[in-house]
Ligand binder design. Structure first.
Ligand SMILES: N[C@@H](CCC(=O)N[C@@H](CS)C(=O)NCC(=O)O)C(=O)O
Length: 209
């Protein structure tokens, strides 16, 4: 099994945190996104969508998408469970994990990719060139602020994102809060619930992954 990573990028960090929580160490290959290696061989053949993370299994099967890679790793290494153990827990955790990705990751990406000179004409991932749209950047910042507000509200009702236990949804949310700094959005002092939760997650060894 081989993990294709790029240390500064947020999406593979979700997988790194997940691996650390599971106590797993696997062969890791850095794909230098700053140098455009995602568009070149050998990576482009492994993943024509040109994004990391990617997990290559021993039989050559390639699995993309951070959430799906984590789901696979959970299936082959169930302990400790990070996706719940009962059908109800699994559904609730999956629901929150998707919400963190849709409302958080996509919002920050919308802001960053439509602003940063590093993404000029690359407002979306992949080989097709898309121009940056300033209105989308502004909307992304607004959505990211809303994400922080909603996360704070949720964490006022629940110790962890998906309930009483730490789960994959906390990993996704935690990495997203860090990613939001790229859009110059940070938790505000008024986000007391979010701040409390953030300190708890940051104290876990996996937070350094
Ligand atoms: N939905 C994908 C997103 C993957 C993604 O956007 N990865 C970024 C790094 S965070 C990437 O590889 N970008 C390459 C590029 O911008 O060309 C996932 O969750 O894995």
């Amino acid at each position: 099994m081989r993990f294709y990573d790029y240390t500064p990028a947020p999406s593979p960090r979700r997988v790194r945190m997940f691996l650390a929580e599971k106590g797993l160490e696997i062969e890791t290959v850095q794909v230098d996104l700053a140098a455009g290696e995602e568009f070149r061989e050998p990576f482009v053949t492994l993943n024509p969508r040109c994004v990391v993370p990617l997990l290559e299994l021993d039989d050559g099967t390639c699995i993309g998408e951070a959430a799906v890679i984590c789901r696979y790793l959970e299936a082959v290494h169930p302990e400790p469970p990070l996706h719940g153990t009962t059908p109800e827990q699994r559904a609730v955790i999956e629901m929150w994990d998707r919400a963190m990705e849709d409302d958080g990751f996509r919002a920050v990406a919308e802001a960053v990719r439509n602003t940063s000179p590093a993404f000029a004409d690359r407002a979306l991932t992949g080989q097709e060139r898309y121009p940056q749209l300033p209105e989308l950047a502004a909307r992304g910042v607004r959505r990211t602020r809303q994400f922080m507000d909603d996360l704070d509200t949720r964490l006022g009702a629940s110790p962890f994102v998906a309930g009483d236990e730490f789960s994959i949804a906390d990993i996704t949310a935690f990495v997203c809060v860090g990613f939001a700094r790229w859009a110059k959005v940070k938790p505000e002092p008024r986000h007391a619930n979010l701040q409390r939760w953030h300190e708890v997650i940051a104290a876990r060894p996996s937070a350094n992954a």
